[in-house]
Design a protein around this ligand. Structure first.
Ligand code: DON
Length: 301
């Protein structure tokens, strides 16, 4: 495993096309694209890493996985009255389907759906309380204390979050947002601005493994369902392509991170800031393709 990860990190160093770093959040545009880290936390408790695996990066949409787990913990199945479970086939920030589907977003990983899960998780708490609970959950899942929110990134996104505000107001007009768009977006931009290293993220992902060695934070049924949603919706309109190339549930973020779960085997975090046309890490996806092929880890046998 260690040799494989070293090989993957070394290949990435030589890559000519590294994709394009997200620049619609000004603070993210400053990140050096010449980086790739990868970590694997195995189901039996080992940790392997290579490349820039100890560099903190902005987890962005990967936070939607943790918030989904927490929102389900709060309201259970009732969440599915407010958000669907189907792939959208649209970009992560698309508003297109919301009008046709009367303010019910297709799934909890596109931005509209994530705003609903954040609103649900927020409930009647303050953003500070909700974010505190979220950070505690991630620290417990990873057994790592040094995980924080980067306020500069959160503020930078909040100042430019016009599309997300549009989604929030639109859903509020259909009664599918309980809190004000200001409160929901304030919470959402801070959850996205959590910084983690590949090592921390791979360790945190173990809460979705179906093994008795992993932290028991959600029920087995819920783990399977979150994995199913990561498989079908975790890469937006690139979800089919990721399933085809990698064959494992994954969740990407515009910071260039991807969390991948190999049920029964391990949790993998890869990070490289340059993005492909779907807004998912270009080299991270390529690295996962090699990883899955070489290890044989796949949910398709
Ligand atoms: O809502 C946004 O635009 C960002 N905070 C998160 C988007 C994201 O990470 C999409 N993933 N690839």
């Amino acid at each position: 495993m260690q040799d494989l990860l070293e090989d993957i990190a070394a290949r990435a160093l030589g890559a000519e096309d590294r994709g394009k770093v997200a620049d619609y959040i000004p603070e993210l545009a400053k990140v050096d694209p010449n980086q790739l880290g990868i970590s694997v936390a195995t189901a039996d408790g080992e940790l392997f890493s290579a490349g820039n695996a100890q560099t903190p990066f902005s987890i962005q949409s990967i936070s939607k996985v943790f918030v989904l787990a927490l929102a389900l913990g709060q309201v259970g199945e009732a969440l599915w009255k407010r958000v669907g479970r189907e792939p959208s086939g649209q970009a992560f920030d698309s508003i297109l389907l919301l009008e046709r589907e009367k303010g019910i977003p297709r799934n909890p990983f596109i931005n509209a759906g994530a705003l609903v899960t954040t609103d649900t998780f927020l409930g009647s708490a303050s953003p500070r309380e909700a974010l505190g609970a979220l950070i505690r959950f991630i620290r417990a899942a990873s057994d790592q204390e040094d995980i924080h929110i980067n306020d500069a990134v959160a503020r930078s996104e909040l100042e430019t979050a016009h599309r997300n505000f549009a989604l929030a107001h639109y859903m509020r007009s259909y009664g599918n947002l309980q809190n004000s768009p200001d409160l929901v977006l304030g919470t959402y931009c801070h959850q996205c601005a959590i910084e983690m290293t590949c090592e921390q993220l791979a360790l945190a992902g173990r809460f979705l493994l179906d093994t008795s060695d992993a932290p028991s934070l959600v029920s087995p049924v819920r783990k399977r369902r979150i994995n199913a949603l990561m498989m079908t919706c975790g890469h937006y309109d690139g979800s089919g392509d990721f399933a085809f190339r990698v064959g494992l549930p994954g969740k990407s973020g515009v910071g260039g991170g991807i969390l991948v779960i190999a049920p029964g085997r391990g949790s993998v975090a890869v990070w490289s800031p340059g993005l492909n046309g779907y807004g998912n890490s270009k080299l991270g996806t390529e690295a996962m393709e090699v990883f899955a092929r070489k290890t044989g880890w796949s949910i398709f046998g």
